[in-house]
Design a protein around this ligand. Structure first.
Ligand code: SF4
Ligand code: SF4
Length: 402
């Protein structure tokens, strides 16, 4: 009840209201759980507005596990709404994205043939309620073939699994290709198990723990842990969930053991590359300025924010700056930017103002959700600034040397 977390909360900063703060939400959750307060639409809104960025958890001197509390409160809300037959599961970004691979050829054609321009001119995306999704979608190639195994290009040092999740192969393919290029170049064979799927983070934070558990078990079974040195991820949002499989409830003893090993083996691509970087590798210089965005998952859950910066500092002549206001969530937060577009836009606005002042050539983000939100918002503001994953920049400089 000390309130020290309040200045760290992005929604409190925006609304300046106790009910939109961590302390206020904890009080609301407690009142709901004890039956003191009924689950009204207003109460639901206050809990829904939380981004689960977990900045409050990081700031709390008493170690209050806010992330666990909000997940549990949302599960209670879902159970209550299901019993009242009022629960319509939200059309999350994930639900839409799981169908994307099937629609890729049509979407690619739509983007490349001029149909997109025509549809936008006729305001069809707005009329169909899909404007936000359409706006966030990156340019998709017609097709891309991924292999299950990529051998090293030189001397073998090890073998790693690459986590692509449910959307990496379609929304983050440039970073994925760059990760494969870098890892194989550094002597690590790359395995991409075909059966892997969604990490389950959106289900976990939306109050669907059973679904999240099913997805986790699928990933635990998909990777041959005894044949790998590490499991690498390129999206820190997914990585945060993979690192927490070890704390998942409802697993039997054997599954728990495997979850602990799995979580211990997961590593963020930036940190992994920095750790295994051999002496003597030269990169082409890049005479540009990059501003580094640090996703909340990286700073408040994984607590490994140094990876991206250390990676970029390897590129000669690249000026690496930190994006001001990095401590506050950009508003992407998984599918939050689709469910609460107004709040997401308000949260990214001060960052866009800083970007406009700094005028960097590139912004990097190690999380695909944040990168999509930045890319769409920067474009909307009319700024010509590239948004890329740090590993993409690194891999480009290796390619340039060859
Ligand atoms: S998780 Fe983030 S948005 Fe939610 S209460 Fe904590 S600081 Fe605020
Ligand atoms: S969550 Fe922690 S920092 Fe926030 S009010 Fe409670 S004790 Fe204080």
């Amino acid at each position: 009840m000390c309130g020290l977390c309040l200045p760290h909360c992005p929604t409190y900063k925006l609304y300046n209201r106790e009910s939109e703060s961590p302390r206020g939400r904890i009080a609301l959750m407690r009142a709901m759980a004890t039956g003191e307060l009924a689950l009204t639409a207003q109460l639901k809104n206050h809990l829904d507005h939380c981004l689960v960025c977990r900045a409050c958890e990081d700031a709390c001197p008493a170690g209050v596990p806010y992330g666990e509390l909000i997940d549990a409160a949302r599960t209670i809300m879902n159970e209550e709404l299901t019993s009242q037959q009022q629960l319509t599961p939200p059309e999350t970004m994930l639900n839409n994205l799981s169908r994307l691979e099937r629609w890729r050829p049509l979407l690619s054609l739509y983007q490349r043939s001029g149909l997109q321009k025509a549809a936008r001119a006729l305001r069809l995306p707005q009329m169909s309620g899909l404007q936000r999704q359409e706006h966030l979608m990156p340019k998709l190639p017609l097709r891309r073939k991924w292999h299950e195994h990529y051998p090293v290009t030189g001397k073998q040092r090890g073998r790693v699994g690459l986590f692509t999740g449910c959307t990496g192969k379609i929304l983050d393919e440039e970073a994925l290709a760059a990760a494969i290029r870098m890892l194989t170049h550094l002597g690590y064979g790359v395995v991409i198990p075909a059966n892997q799927g969604c990490c389950g983070i959106l289900h976990q934070h939306s109050g669907y723990p059973d679904e999240a558990r099913k997805l986790a078990l699928n990933n635990l079974d998909s990777f041959q842990l005894d044949q790998l040195d590490a499991i690498i991820y390129i999206a820190t949002g997914c990585g945060a969930q993979l690192a927490e499989y070890k704390n998942m409830t409802g697993l039997n003893q054997q599954q728990q053991k495997r979850a602990q090993l799995f979580s211990a083996m997961t590593q963020e691509i930036g940190l992994f590359i920095t750790t295994v970087w051999p002496a003597g590798i030269k990169l082409s210089p890049l005479n540009k300025t990059v501003a580094v965005h640090t996703p909340c998952s990286l700073q408040y859950v994984l607590r490994q924010q140094e990876g991206s910066r250390a990676l970029l500092e390897k590129i000669p002549q690249l000026t690496v700056a930190t994006l001001p206001d990095n401590q506050h969530c950009c508003g992407a937060a998984g599918d939050y930017m689709l469910r609460h577009p107004d709040i997401a836009d308000a949260l990214i606005k001060p960052k866009l103002d800083s970007i406009e002042q700094m005028n960097p050539d590139i912004i990097t983000s190690a999380n695909i959700g944040c990168a999509l939100h930045f890319r769409a918002s920067i474009k909307e503001r009319g700024l010509a600034i590239e948004v890329a994953h740090p590993v993409t920049l690194l891999a480009r400089q290796i390619t340039a040397r060859q």
